[in-house]
Design a protein around this ligand. Sequence first.
Ligand code: BDP
Length: 327
Amino acid sequence: MCQKITSTLIGAVAACSILAGAAQAEDWRGWNIHVDGYPNTVAMDKFAELLSEKTGGEITLKMFHGGTLGSQPDAIEQVRLGALEVGNFNLGPIGPIAPEANVVSLPFIFKDVPHMFRVLEGEGGQRIAEGMAAKGLLPLAWYDAGARSFYNGAKPVNAPEDVEGMKVRVMNNDLYSGMISELGGNPSPMAFAEVYQSLKTGVIDGAENNWPSYESTGHYEVAPYYSLSQHLIIPECICINADVYEGLSDEMKAAVAEAAQESAALQRQLWAEREASSREKVEAAGVTTNEVVDKAPFQAAMAPVYEGYLAANPDLRPLVELIQSTD
Ligand code: BDP
């Protein structure tokens, strides 16, 4: 009932929240882009299960996997507006909405995944979360999405010159388009669901993603050169509509937060396993992988991307510096 109100009338979210405070049952709907068996899919289902358990059935969540409720940018809007309550989002497509969250999309800003989690657990994470919440999207917990690397159908990428003239798909975010342009390639922002066909038909030459997504989408079949550039390490969230969360009683808030934390702990464990098994699977299928031994020229080429971000968001320079100075 609550859900019907929110899906038709944005202004009714507050009314919904008040009802929730009065312990009315809430039926939430959640978005996820990934297929069955993917770590995020399993962990979001666990989140749904834990929510019912910990709230004594007062909150139930029906998950819609495989992007069936729309593309990621659309789903982000739907959660912000309250048409959906929850989503597992990558911070990449959130960046254009919340400049604080966009800091994670600066190429090479994190040294590695543990560094990213140290930042997220500290003041940097707090700042990013506040920036997102101010735009209606509250992160309840952080998921691991590893590091993203380039892949294409023609040759290994070892140096920026290898990207020259290549048409590379990116997620919707100007920072990624800038990143490809600075390497001499042609960026092609595109929905995740369209990438396989576009690689197959030659609409694009390459794309970039982590091991599990490279494998689960079948992209490896049509772009069998995977080069470990690890240029982006982007966290993901379980995100909730901020008004829906704020309208909950303290007890319910705690239950929701706890369910999200437990889901994230499971996701990170499954992620580590899947990174290894995805790599094994694609290599067994004949994919050529290469280490990018010298990342310095890639990093140096990113200076204009950083400058552009800081020029547009001068107040976020301390956040960039905080991340860079975090051990
Ligand atoms: C995957 C992310 C997913 C993105 C996808 C993409 O988990 O949220 O939609 O990459 O490249 O790694 O669009």
